[in-house]
Design a protein around this ligand. Sequence first.
Ligand code: FAD
Length: 445
Amino acid sequence: MAIESDVVVIGGGLAGATAALSAAREGAHVHLISANESTLRQASGLIDARGYPDPDADLDGDRRVSAPGPLVDPFAGIEDLPENHPYRVAGADALREGLALFDDAVGDLYRGGHTDRNALVATTSGRAKPTARYPRSMAPGVVSDERPMLLVGFEAATDFDASLAAERLSAAGVPFDVVGTTIAFPGEYRADAAVTRLAHALERDECVGSAHGENEGQGRTTRQRLADRIRPHLGDAERVGLPAMLGDARVEEVRADLSERLDAPVFEVPTGPPSLPGIRLADRLFAALDEAGVSMTTGMPVVDFESTGGADGDRIDRVIIDRNGAQIPYAAEQFVLATGGLVGKGLDSDRERAREAVFDCYVPQPDDRMQWSKAGAFADHAFARFGVEPDGAMRPLDAEGVPEFENLRAAGGVVGGADVAREQSASGVSLATGLVAGRTAAEEA
Ligand SMILES: Cc1cc2nc3c(=O)[nH]c(=O)nc-3n(C[C@H](O)[C@H](O)[C@H](O)COP(=O)(O)OP(=O)(O)OC[C@H]3O[C@@H](n4cnc5c(N)ncnc54)[C@H](O)[C@@H]3O)c2cc1C
């Protein structure tokens, strides 16, 4: 006997969580199935809605005729995007409503909801990154703030060269003085110590040095020692940026403590994987799903499905998950596919073609594989826009433009039509498409 719900969402990333919350808000009983942890745990924690205009809008042949520049208003010009862009497909209000749903779900963990404008956030590579929402722990680091900044890197965290980041920010013309320095993280850690290990040392405020003579008997803790090491570098700085590893769930406690010790606001600078802000966001979204009454099956993939013919195309009756070799059916009125793109495994590719991995929905693509990519990392690669092509109710269409299944919708990275890396729009696309897919699924369940 299959387990039954109104709506089954496949995928536990930002798009799946948004779709599930959106459907639950409409009163549907929702079950979310997720094979693995999502890309949230690798991502920066920033919620990019649209950082740059259509990357090709200003191209004359291969020549750029005007600087693309970061977008102040992520909503500006959405109506001019190509028709198959997910923002056009999901509808004019979807991004705004998706961001509002996000704000409700994450509460005070995030900032940016007070304005429609992008913020510029300093990154470890010394970029000023345009983003729509940013963790509260990064708030004192926004680039519009003119207070002088000190960036502090750790010898153990080699992907953040604080001096280089400061040089690049200065060269980019930020409206404040910024200097960078690298110090040793307090305590005895291997050079390749896990970021999570250092974060826990700060969260627990572990005693350091006593076993090896450093301040033996004086009860110095990780945070005290860290503040002592940063203080001589403060100079004129009025805010201090550290790699995003200031604890796990108790990041605000760690930040407040360090800020008080340094007499300057301390903030996190978004780092690469594994990302503590991304982990915190994933945890908060799963708590919100729980509160909304969404039931969940995690750690098990959907491996198959059963369908029957319907008036508007085939109808999915149930999906099958694999639990250690046992095949468990999950039945629902409506299904949402939120399995991610090539990274999340929602799309699969071999030498012949790219495929949607669960239902084999149609994925438009050039016949000749040589046309999938162009020379240059930041070129307009066709593969970057790969994904299913949905209608306005987010139902993936076949090559003739007919819904593949009358009760299947898609959201997030599995949806094609946008180069989210060049546009800096990955999270916004997940929020907008997830909102519409969840809502329309619930309406028809
Ligand atoms: C390294 C990295 C950095 C990023 N940085 C940013 C950033 O700075 N700003 C930004 O806005 N966005 C960023 N993103 C993008 C963002 O994290 C998401 O990838 C994007 O929003 C798409 O989300 P998604 O939910 O569609 O897919 P994913 O996050 O890929 O989630 C897909 C989910 O589907 C599940 N799944 C897949 N197949 C199955 C199956 N058969 N059965 C059950 N479950 C399945 C996966 O286990 C996973 O839980 C980054 C992504 C990466 C990889």
